[in-house]
Design a protein around this ligand. Structure first.
Ligand code: AKG
Ligand code: FE2
Length: 294
């Protein structure tokens, strides 16, 4: 008996608008491991954000070798990297950090495993012409010491600051890969969904979902995007957000922004946990408010 191979179904991610029902967006994210949401930024926010980060991106050297060899290997020599956007772009703080879609998703998926979640990374990833496809990976593997399986540790996203297409390096995502227990495995090209989307959109994915920056095969186009991720409040964050956004800058931001950056203690005393991130027994976010930390 011959068995016909099942037809190759092109791998795709579900696509929504930022105003769509958040329950449906979250359900798609949990089902597929990733989801595309268009219109996360309006044209004015997009223009302002791009203008605010322009000087930093122009000043950044492609490749992170001069900073850190591991980062260089991870992002490749053709990527310009600008971190700590919270301290560099007021529009990022106003329109992105507290975005209601990200908040609703993090409330639903991260809050059950912590007393509060926090910013993990806010960094431009500007992939230049000739950038090769990034190694596919799961972002959560940075916390390798936590035995698997474990609850979702991180909600991540890549936001398009220019139109993202397969040829200029759209993020490659493997739908369904968040259900796997292996850390690394070989991936068939047909499994890849490229997050092709207009500027102002985001691809949002779970920390356990395999993904990576795509190859930029264009002659002279930079794929400007940023990575934004949140993680459980009791984890060590990848970017050092207290140094990236020091008290002198943090004190100018709204309290919800200060809390999200990590200035608020992770208070789990009710659950017989700790009072993590305190300063002399005080909550630093209260100290920013009353002026004793500046
Ligand atoms: O640049 C991209 O599209 C993906 C970047 C990425 O995987 C990451 O920052 O974790
Ligand atoms: Fe990643």
């Amino acid at each position: 008996m011959t068995v016909n191979p099942s037809p190759v179904v092109p791998s795709t991610l579900q696509r929504f608008c930022a105003e769509d029902d958040i329950v449906a967006i979250t359900a798609a994210l949990l089902q597929d491991g990733g989801v595309i949401v268009e219109g996360m930024l309006n044209p004015v926010e997009l223009r302002r954000l791009n203008a605010e980060v322009d000087p930093y991106v122009e000043a950044a050297e492609p490749g992170a070798a001069q900073i850190n060899e591991m980062l260089d290997l991870f992002f490749g020599p053709r990527t310009r990297h600008v971190g700590s956007l919270t301290a560099k772009s007021p529009t990022f703080v106003e329109a992105v950090l507290l975005h209601p879609v990200m908040k609703a998703i993090c409330d639903e998926i991260l809050l059950p495993s912590c007393a509060r979640y926090q910013l993990n990374i806010a960094a431009i990833l500007d992939r230049g012409p000739g950038a090769e496809a990034q190694m596919l990976h799961r972002d959560e593997d940075v916390w390798v010491h936590i035995p698997r399986p474990h609850p979702t540790l991180q909600i991540a996203s890549v936001w398009a600051l220019v139109d993202m297409r397969k040829d200029n390096g759209a993020t490659a995502v493997i739908p369904g890969s968040h259900r796997e227990t292996l850390r690394f495995r070989n991936v068939d090209d047909a499994e890849i969904a490229y997050a092709e989307m207009p500027a102002g959109s985001a691809v949002i994915y779970l920390g356990s979902t395999m993904h990576g920056g795509g190859a930029n095969t264009t002659e002279n186009e930079w794929r400007r995007a940023f990575h934004l991720s949140f993680c459980l409040g009791w984890l060590r964050t990848e970017e050092n957000n207290y140094l990236g956004t020091p008290p002198s800058v943090a004190k100018t931001l709204s309290r919800p922004a200060q809390e999200l950056i990590g200035y608020a203690v992770h208070d789990a005393i009710q659950d017989l946990g700790g009072y993590l991130g305190n300063l002399d027994g005080r909550d630093p976010v209260e100290m920013l408010q009353d002026g004793s930390l500046n």
